[in-house]
Write a protein that binds this ligand. Sequence first.
Ligand code: GCU
Length: 408
Amino acid sequence: MARSQEEILKDINYDESKVPVYTLPSPLDRPGGGRVTSAYEWVNRRRGEVLDFYKKEVYGQLPPRPDKMWFETLSVRRDALDNTAVRKEIRIHLEMNNGRSHSFVMLLYIPRNLREPAPVFLGLNFKGNHATTDETDVMMTGRNIAGELVEPDGHAVQVHRWQFRETIRRGYASATVCYHDIYPDCYSADGWHHSVYDLFYPDENAEEIHAHGSSISAWAWGLSRMLDALENEPAVNPAKAAVHGHSRLGKTSLWAGATDTRFRLVISNDSGCGGAALFKRCFGENLEAILRPVPYWFVKNLQQYINNEAALPFDQHWLISLVAPRPVCIASATEDLWADPKGEFLSGVHASEVYRLFGAEGLGTETMPPPDQPITGEISYHLRTGKHDQTLEDWLHYWTLADRLFRP
Ligand code: GCU
């Protein structure tokens, strides 16, 4: 019998002394024996095995490419954000030869008067494009399975998570889509056939799709389609793309970074359980607590490890490793114990051995830094003072990392 969420929450551990003793399998060990010792072997042999493992056991397969994709410019404003940006709304159309179709709207800001195409941040939003900006003439997006707006009154409520004005001032473009429009996060099994999966598997039932897919894979796939659309924008440099996401969308940005190497910088903000945090620590949210309410975020197979994290033949440092040698940023917040800041830090520590194959340092330390003192290696980590959120302080760090990578 599955326990109620109330019972599950009662048993959540927030005591460091009760973290079980665990051993972390190294991503460098091959399943049949032997150990990867070079970047060549990692790239050409082991990375593919780890990626396939993740598709089978954690996030499922990404949907395939649609038969046809086209980008419809819905609006353009050349005087956006007090005349500093060009703002576009672009509908990304996905179509199949059998007539099925799906679409979602991307909000894009590009700095005006740049001499060269702008590097770009891209991320999914929770409450609709209209929630990310204080400009009132932006289209409301983000619909539930009944086709209704999820946040009809959500105008500008998450502006602080996006920081468009400062991002533009620093010479970056920024793009966003509401995650519900790719896969509606409806806390039931009804999302599948209202999501992009319905393009490809209309004849499979929810359980059949769940055997090979997940909403996190759908969202990550959506980020890649956003980048496809950005490849069509002359004022944006798609070779300088940073993917970012907060919380469940931070889990998603890591998976997007793992599955699409076009993302040159991968940022996960407070991604926690099923994101950067190590499962085996069972500190804060654990597999039972996440998989009971939202099983569809992950592929069905992950359920076999509920209350049995010790038996996991991997942990989330493998996910960070899949980004190597590209820079990855892991961000935590001091009051966000549910997401296990230390577990998020440790996955960076343990992924470092893969970065070292490339002559990079990775995180470069095993000591967790104090709050507000970022570590800025190829694997970077910071622990912001405060709550579960994505704030200006987090962005200050993201802009620094992007400056270093994209404007050396
Ligand atoms: C819940 C969930 C987390 C998730 C978070 C969010 O708290 O348990 O895993 O990261 O929602 O996305 O806001």
